[in-house]
Design a binder for this molecule. Structure first.
Ligand code: PAF
Length: 280
């Protein structure tokens, strides 16, 4: 695996590879890699000639400085995992390399960014869009792979690609779960053993919502889930929303023709976890 801290060196390498007709699959990450990331990488490796991964803990997408400080980092462990999935090139830039000048770009994603994460993490999606756009400019991948755990992020990135006319195919990949159902996330390592034991409640509750949808309308179902979280002292629920999978707006009634996803964000102590499940 080649490691590139500098944009110009990565570009030179990729220009040469692309001139030889190689198609590039790209997985952007913030490191602290886990099986969820590796599954995206295996798919990218299988569907393209070259696997490029970036590791960059993007400061401008953290609305909470404490979260940025405590975000898990393990570059040496990550490199070993990247070797194990056959990563061809790792882009590992510094903050100065990515942002030599202050970022001024402001995107308008309309209502897509005015719900859920957009409400509770102001500025987060602008930071994500800025960094992903920049990474796409640098790597110019044929395909880029994103996990569906960050369901709203995926919608925002698709929108950004459309708005900016970027010639990349965005490939959504299913959520990877631990054997007890907890969605894989870099933040899981910050849970105490006790919190980790209780964390699968999130997925269990999403499954319960999925089962109950035949018997309850969207609003009472939402209230049922809110009540379940309120009764569980291990969690502080931030939101539970049942949304249209295209525009991410909360739905009022079930409609077999509208894809519907239930999304949740909840705190366990100082760790914020998100998850989602398809309802229709
Ligand atoms: O999902 C993530 O890890 C990040 O938001 C991403 C897409 C790598 C941008 O920093």
């Amino acid at each position: 695996m080649r490691i590139f801290p500098l944009i110009k060196d990565l570009r030179a390498f990729l220009d040469e590879q692309k001139a030889g007709g190689k198609r590039v699959g790209f997985v952007p990450t913030m490191g602290a890699l886990h099986e969820g990331h590796l599954s995206l990488m295996r798919q990218a490796k299988a569907e393209n000639d070259l696997l490029v991964v970036s590791i960059f803990v993007n400061p401008i997408q953290f609305n909470n400085p404490e979260d940025l400080k405590k975000y898990p980092r393990d570059v040496e462990g990550d490199k070993k995992l990247l070797e194990s999935v056959g990563c061809d090139a790792l882009f590992l830039p510094s903050e100065d390399e990515m942002y030599p000048e202050p970022v001024t770009k402001v995107y308008d994603f309309g209502d897509l960014a005015n719900v859920m994460e957009g409400v509770f993490r102001p500025g987060h999606f602008n930071g994500v869009a800025v960094v992903v756009h920049k990474l796409f400019d640098i790597v110019q991948p044929d395909r880029a792979y994103f996990g569906e755990k960050d369901f709203q992020q995926l919608a925002i990135i698709k929108k950004m690609v459309q708005m900016e006319n970027i010639p990349v195919e965005i490939i959504p990949c299913p959520i990877m779960r631990e054997s007890d159902g907890l969605a894989m996330s870099s933040r899981n390592v910050r849970l105490t053993p006790e919190q980790r034991k209780n964390a699968p409640f999130i997925y269990q509750t999403l499954r319960e919502a999925q089962r109950r949808r035949k018997h309850l309308c969207a609003k009472p179902l939402q209230q049922m889930v809110i009540n379940l979280f309120d009764a569980n002292k291990n969690f502080r629920l931030e939101y539970f929303e049942i949304v249209d999978d295209q525009n991410l707006q909360p739905i009022q009634n079930w409609n077999e023709h509208v894809g519907t996803v239930a999304c949740v964000a909840a705190w366990m102590g100082e760790v914020r976890l998100i998850d989602n499940i398809r309802i229709i």
